[in-house]
Write a protein that binds this ligand. Sequence first.
Ligand code: UD1
Length: 420
Amino acid sequence: MEAFKVIGNGPLKGEVRVPGAKNSVLKLMAAAIMAEGKTTLTNVPDILDVEIMAELLRRLGCEVTHETKTSTVTITVPKVIGHKADYDLVRKMRASISVLGPLVARCGEADIAMPGGDAIGSRGLDIHMQGLEKLGCHVHSEHGYLIVRAENGLAGANIALDFPSVGATENVVMAAVLAKGNSTIDNVAREPEIVDLCQMLVAMGAKIKGIGTSVLEIIGVPKLNPTNHNVVPDRIVAGTWAIAAIMTQGDITIHGVKPSDMELVLEKLRDTGAEIKSVEDRLNVSMNKKPKAVDIVTLPYPGFPTDLQPQMIALNSIAEGSAMVTENLFEARFRFVNELARLGADGKINGHHCLVKGKNKLSGAPVEATDVRAGASLVLAGLVADEVTYVTEVHHVDRGYDNFVENLTNLGAKVERVNI
Ligand code: UD1
């Protein structure tokens, strides 16, 4: 079994570069299938999920290349594409369902395997379906597949989402841009990755107004063109490095960041006592004392991101004082707290809340990554624990963090990938 062997080893110091966002690139790859021809994406992270999405697009008939040296993906889309996403890929990566909107828009039909169980809790698809039905789709399930048909084509509609779901916003927007007529979509997610997707769609010829706000006005167009697009920086990876600097009382300069996408995160991190300077696309995070515990509440953007919640629990577990962490999106993310307890952390869970009491030190032990962010957070905790921590199920971390071990080693950490 593969594991990360982590030895607690003092401050992390140096420079690191963040790649494009996982939560954006997968959707941009899905969007590419809406236009015949060659789309090129740059600033693409070298992560497992990009390979899974590439495989999914190949099965639809596209040619996909991924050059890791130049961080570039090209997707060449034929005139006629398939309309099916198989279970073996969807179960590996839930973001596979983001081909749903593009497929119904392009082919008028999509058969998508239902994602089923997920490590971070029940994640419905009802909001995706309600939006697509408003645009003229019929949806039913059969043999584990969602069968979506738009026999008479898609027609623009007024849609109000029940909740600003990231995935539902993406699917509904991608379908609406090729629908006949106008759509107004209210209560959409406003995450920077949604803005990135909308900007790429506009570059492809889509007509979208209100980008970055909670109401999008879309005028349907008959066809989109391929484009070149640079993926927005990964604010979650940037946040993870910032938290690593604070936990280890180190000094890290993070390059390739978009600080304006991280305002609340940076404010919360400053509350720990850290010094944070941002200049253009660089963030310098330094800390010379034990961090103060900080309360956080996860919410859709511009609220605090759920994808940085486990890292903040790890930070609070070695902080001065206690903090209340409230999780409003994926309750099962607290499963990670039981693993952290194996390192000596004190977190008491009550429904959506976790009260974390800062400890003087953590103590190394074998632990299991329960999802991508939990895995990274356990490594951060291992960096400030005494002796050795082994983090298993590291394939989760490979899904979201580009060259994680190499980057940590460059910052002075004692971390290696081992077989145990
Ligand atoms: C995306 C990100 C994930 C991030 C999350 C919130 C990807 C691959 N994943 O997930 O990393 O943590 O945004 O920023 O980009 N919901 C429903 N019904 C629906 C859709 C959602 O009930 O039809 C609920 C979910 O169960 C959850 C909440 O809405 O409680 C938010 O989900 P959503 O914003 O859709 O997250 P994802 O797109 O799944």
